[in-house]
Design a protein around this ligand. Structure first.
Ligand SMILES: [Zn+2]
Length: 380
């Protein structure tokens, strides 16, 4: 008897756990995912059955399977990168857990993606549109969503919906993303002796004006959409008897509403520039160090419906609907229906003690497969 798609996935649980360990033990900090990407590409190659398979120039691995004409086309993305440095990783097993940096975020999701690919070959789900399976780079912090950005651009017009996969998000379904912008704001002057060169511009004083200019723009607490602004770090100056030649601060602006973020961003920059402009000899610069776009998906969107149906079919509880910061942010920000789901639970992500539970994968894997199949049966 041939196995159904869902049963075939369930049967691959142990294989997925072993694969997650192998993937995890190949270090892959953001921007240095090449080795892990090559390994995953090789695994996709071994599966075969792709209409297109590639390792793109920034090390995104992309496997495309053509489906039924007219049915919804889905981009499924699981990030390769971790927040950990390029050092040896060892995964340990015990008490229903796997422990290792990056095991849940996001090695197990990449392993699950490979299992889905394999089952596409052995017991393909019926009636679904094209599926683009991507193991992408640069989701984490300083990666700034570089991988998914490129995928969304390169495959524009070839997909209708996006499912991002985060290993530890089995109990969560992402329905929104908080947009954030981060800057380093700095002032440079000639400096000089505090007594001998007295009268020259002071970078700290100039920077203080910029910070003070933000004060009246600070969003009130409790407003909707929630919007925040924070000066998180200040540094500068040289010594007590030197006219400060340099000073800088880091600014973080966030909002649940992209339009509100954009407007506050404009006003904040203008206010800071105007505050510093009158000081002659002060070189003022605003450098962006982070940009995560925001957006949302309605709870009654067909994609959320497809995911919830998959939860029911897989015997999973009602999820927590929440805002998140994942690869789904980017398509959401462009108005493309997108969400992020997971395959297991665990904790201590982004620490060396990161761990995941092994038993939920038995349900999590068919859940992911069903979510992809259900989404692929939607109309475009
Ligand atoms: Zn992650």
């Amino acid at each position: 008897m041939t196995l159904t798609y869902e049963r075939a996935l369930e049967r691959r649980t142990r294989q997925v756990l072993a694969e997650a360990v192998r993937i995890c033990e190949i270090p892959a900090p953001s921007y240095r995912e090449q080795e892990r990407a090559k390994y995953v590409h090789g695994r996709f190659e071994a599966i075969g059955c792709w209409d297109d398979l590639r390792l793109d120039p920034i090390a995104n691995v992309v496997a495309v399977r053509r489906g039924v004409e007219g049915a919804s086309r889905t981009l499924v993305a699981a990030h390769l990168d971790t927040v950990f440095p390029d050092t040896e990783v060892r995964v340990t097993r015990g008490r229903g857990r796997l422990t290792g940096p990056g095991i849940g975020d996001n090695s197990v999701a990449v392993a699950a993606l490979l299992a889905v690919g394999e089952v596409f070959r052995d017991a393909p789900p019926r009636g679904i549109g094209d599926v683009i399976l991507a193991a992408n780079v640069c989701e984490e912090g300083r990666g700034d969503l570089r991988g998914i950005r490129r995928l969304v651009k390169d495959y524009a017009g070839q997909f209708d919906r996006v499912i991002a996969v985060e290993g530890l998000s089995l109990d969560r379904v992402q329905v929104g993303s908080v947009a954030s912008l981060r800057y380093q704001v700095s002032v440079t002057t000639a400096g000089g002796h505090s007594y001998g060169a007295y009268g020259r511009p002071n970078a700290i004083a100039a920077l203080a004006r910029a910070i003070t200019a933000l004060e009246p723009l600070m969003p009130a607490t409790g407003i909707s959409p929630k919007t925040t602004m924070n000066v998180g770090v200040v540094h500068g100056g040289r010594s007590v008897n030197t006219i400060a030649p340099y000073a800088a601060f880091e600014l973080d602006i966030r909002s649940e509403a992209p339009a509100t973020l954009a407007s506050l961003d404009r006003r904040a920059k203008r206010a800071m520039r105007e505050a510093v402009a009158p000081i002659e000899g002060a070189d003022f610069s605003i450098r962006r160090i982070g940009n995560r776009p925001g957006g949302r998906i309605e709870r009654d969107d067909p994609l959320v419906g497809a995911v919830l149906e998959a939860r029911g079919q897989s015997g999973l509880r009602e999820p927590d609907f929440g805002f998140g910061s994942t690869d789904a942010n980017l398509p959401m920000s462009l108005g493309i229906p997108a969400t992020c789901i997971g395959v297991t639970t665990g904790g201590e992500a982004h620490t060396p003690r990161e761990w995941m539970r092994t038993s939920p994968v038995r349900k999590g894997l068919p859940y992911l497969g069903r979510a992809i199949a259900n989404a692929g049966r939607l109309s475009r």
